[in-house]
Design a protein. Sequence first.
Length: 322
Amino acid sequence: MTVQTSPSPLRPASAAAHNPGTAFRQPAADGFMLGGFTWRHAESDPTRPVVIINAATSVRCRHYARFADYLFSHGFDVLSYDYRGIGESRPASMRKLKASWTDWGSLDFEAMLQRAQREFPGQPIDVVGHSFGGCAVGLGASGQLIRRVVTVGAQFAYWRDYAAASRWRMLGKWHVLMPLLTAVCGYFPGKRLGWLEDTPAGVVRDWATPTAHYQRRPSGRRLARRDPALPFARVKAQLLAISISDDPYGTVPAIERLLAYFTASRCSHWRIDPEDIGEQEVGHFAFFRSRYQAQLWPIALAWLQHATLPGDTPGRLISGSR
């Protein structure tokens, strides 16, 4: 389906199109109140896609506001939200909050899928998922609604997949120190450390558990990627996984491990070296910073618009097709 945008899908957004987004509150199926922002065009159009942005673990949705502006200026409606316990969805007490990665996907992301279907009836639904946000794409019960997906550095933090040069440091930080601090505080006090947002204990448990398979909670039993209990197979979207070569989380094995769960989707893995875009480093978090609007954002835009990448796209294909 063609979306009417600027003449070239690789053209940066105009600053004149900036829209700060409108705050909303949305209950999940269990009644937990989620907060986020909507970028909505004044005139409805059933051919206009709406994009849901899934954040990385314990990264506020405000981190993606400029990217949401960018998509909005190129003809998309956009929903951005925080998972329970984070940012706009933080409760009065973090110590009492029961939340896991599975909750973030099966309850919180699912609530956004339903909101998109309700608030933008008949419009195609696309998703952009950063880090765990790409995993969350496969956990919503309504995954069959999704048309196209772009993930960035998406994986579920299996420690053996971390980049070799930083693996032991990351193992100590995220799989030893983080759960120890969580046990003392009742949640992970990430803001005081300047690492992440404060994070629910259940999410820390999921992150820190050393398993090569995604774990469904609260049962905790390990699931093979073809287990029918996992909803990943409901997603039949055209999926582009973008990885950056200096991202210590998003290594090739990590990205491919998650893609293997999307058994019903057409998946492509596109890998970019910082040198491909004239940079020395990008890492895990910088893709969505506005300094990369001209170099990186058009890659995601092109896929959301046409489910293909132009011939001059920087980077190389690891798996799938462009």
